[in-house]
Ligand binder design. Structure first.
Ligand code: SAH
Length: 215
């Protein structure tokens, strides 16, 4: 793997940031984080030349690293503030996690595939991004670390998991792709103990959110 972050990588990254801004990403902190993170280190080495294209790519265990635009959009919908406690479901490559940590949040991230969990935990610690990673089933969330200011689900969920709703603070926001083959990005705001507002934020396509842990 090309471990270094070269002048060439930084140049490609600057162009990616400009492309995302052109596509409507306006949260300056999201753009700044994407401008800093060496995305090429999150891909298999054979895909390094694609790292700064605005495309999703295969990673290990039949999963994908989300398209930069999708990562940026979900991060923007989350209305991230430094210090937020955020739960991510679907660590995958760890790239979305790195973006959130770079934005100054306290991140808790769950992955159900052991291989991805190990790789991402190792990579983020090598890169100096501090977050807590868990091998587990995202449908259950992390009750012992709840409540969270924000929850981001990065796999397509067939329904909104009840456990995740209960782990959201009042005033908190959850961003979740809802549906099967294609999904609608939902923004859920917890208005009170019992009231949740749901907004549709557009179509998207994620790998499915599955049950249980892969040993
Ligand atoms: N956020 C990731 C996107 C990875 S794709 C990134 O930045 O690269 C979605 C990930 O969700 C996959 O790694 C998949 O294994 C994981 N996943 C699917 N269902 C899950 C569940 N129930 N709990 C935790 N992770 C899950």
């Amino acid at each position: 793997m090309e471990q270094i972050d070269s002048f060439r990588h930084r140049g490609m990254r600057t162009r990616l940031v400009q492309e995302l801004a052109g596509k409507g990403i306006s949260d300056a902190n999201v753009l700044k984080a994407i401008g800093k993170i060496p995305r090429h280190l999150f891909l298999e080495s054979s895909f390094v030349n694609f790292a700064y294209q605005d495309k999703a790519f295969p990673i290990a265990a039949g999963q994908t690293i989300s398209q930069p635009y999708t990562v940026a959009l979900q991060s923007q919908f989350l209305e991230v503030k430094a210090g937020d406690r955020i739960l991510e479901v679907g660590t995958g490559s760890g790239y979305q996690a790195a973006v959130l940590v770079e934005m100054g949040v306290k991140l808790f991230s769950i992955e159900r595939q052991r291989e991805l969990y190990h790789r991402s935990t190792r990579l983020l610690s090598q890169l100096g991004y501090l977050a807590r990673f868990f091998l587990g089933d995202g449908y259950k969330g992390l009750p012992s670390f709840a409540p969270f200011d924000k929850i981001i689900v990065t796999a397509g969920a067939p329904f909104i998991p009840r456990d995740l709703l209960t782990q959201l603070k009042v005033g908190g926001i959850m961003i979740i792709p809802l549906g099967d083959a294609k999904q609608v990005m939902m923004k859920i705001t917890r208005l009170s103990e019992d009231d949740f507002e749901q907004e549709q934020m557009g179509e998207c396509a994620f790998v499915p959110m599955l049950k249980g842990i892969v040993k």
